[in-house]
Design a protein around this ligand. Structure first.
Ligand code: FPP
Length: 251
């Protein structure tokens, strides 16, 4: 039976997050510059979005550029920004036709204006779509997000619009970039690294982790389906004996 047929549509993860890693190593293996790996990575993004939409995943979050990535050589940062802008430009209509909604999380104001413009147009155009939501994490890091959320909450307290006693998990959750997006059920990281790397630290509390040695530019639909099949074999307990994701949100 092929991998896709082995997926149980009643037990799909609602939200899959991916750390797309290994572009540089993939390029090096072919004796090319790192940038070549990022270009290859765009094709993997396309295939993965198609795979997620095909089986009915509701949210797909892709870690495309971290706060720390700004410290890479200028040439690589510029190329990455150019690639992102170009990819958003060339893929938006296709996404829209397929009822995919695009959203972004991260310090969007830090992006070059051309990228910001392309992104906001794509977000606006696809805002009414009801299929898969693709969240791109750009200039994102979890510690940046948590710091920012803390600042928002502290401001409300300082302005006497919030009593500190009323701060609960739900309120903190809603101050995050991912407010209104359910926590990821599954996190995939490619390239064999066994780290979370400052990605969605708050949201990953009970997420199932899946690590694959496949380098991101080699990642295709079959690898995505394999991760889903693996996820469906697991028993999720959320720290209890037996329960369901909904119970945790209400706890
Ligand atoms: C990590 O590989 C990858 C990135 C920092 C960039 C990912 C970006 C893309 C795939 C571009 C397209 C994205 C979208 C959403 C259109 P690395 O450079 O850290 O690889 P290494 O660990 O082998 O050095």
């Amino acid at each position: 039976m092929d991998l896709k047929q082995r997926i149980n549509s009643d037990k799909l993860p609602c939200h899959v997050a991916i750390i797309m890693d290994g572009n540089g190593r993939w390029a090096k293996q072919q004796g090319k510059e790192r940038v070549f790996g990022h270009e290859g990575g765009v094709e993997s993004v396309r295939d993965t979005v198609k795979a997620a939409a095909e089986i009915g995943i509701q949210h797909l979050t892709l870690f495309a550029f971290s706060t720390e990535n700004w410290c890479r050589p200028h040439k690589e940062v510029n190329t990455l920004m150019g690639l992102l802008t170009k990819a958003i430009d060339s893929e938006t209509l296709e996404l829209h036709k397929n009822n995919v909604r695009l959203q972004a999380i991260g310090d969007i104001d830090a992006l070059p204006s051309s990228c910001r413009k392309q992104l906001s147009e794509a977000i606006e155009l696809t805002s009414g779509n009801t299929g898969l939501t693709v969240n791109i994490a750009l200039s994102y890091s979890s510690r940046w997000e948590i710091t920012n959320a803390t600042r928002k909450i502290a401001r409300k307290v300082a302005e006497k619009r919030l009593d500190p006693e009323d701060i609960d998990q739900e309120l903190v959750d809603q101050a995050m970039e991912t407010a209104r997006i359910p926590d990821p059920d599954l996190l995939i990281r490619t390239s064999g690294e066994l780290r979370i790397s400052n990605f969605l630290l708050w949201q990953l509390a009970y997420t199932e982790l899946y690590f694959t040695p496949v380098l991101w530019p080699d990642f295709r639909k079959k690898h995505f389906f394999q991760a889903i099949v693996d996820y469906q074999r697991r028993e999720r307990r959320f720290g209890k004996v037996e329960c369901h994701a909904d119970d945790v949100k209400q706890a």
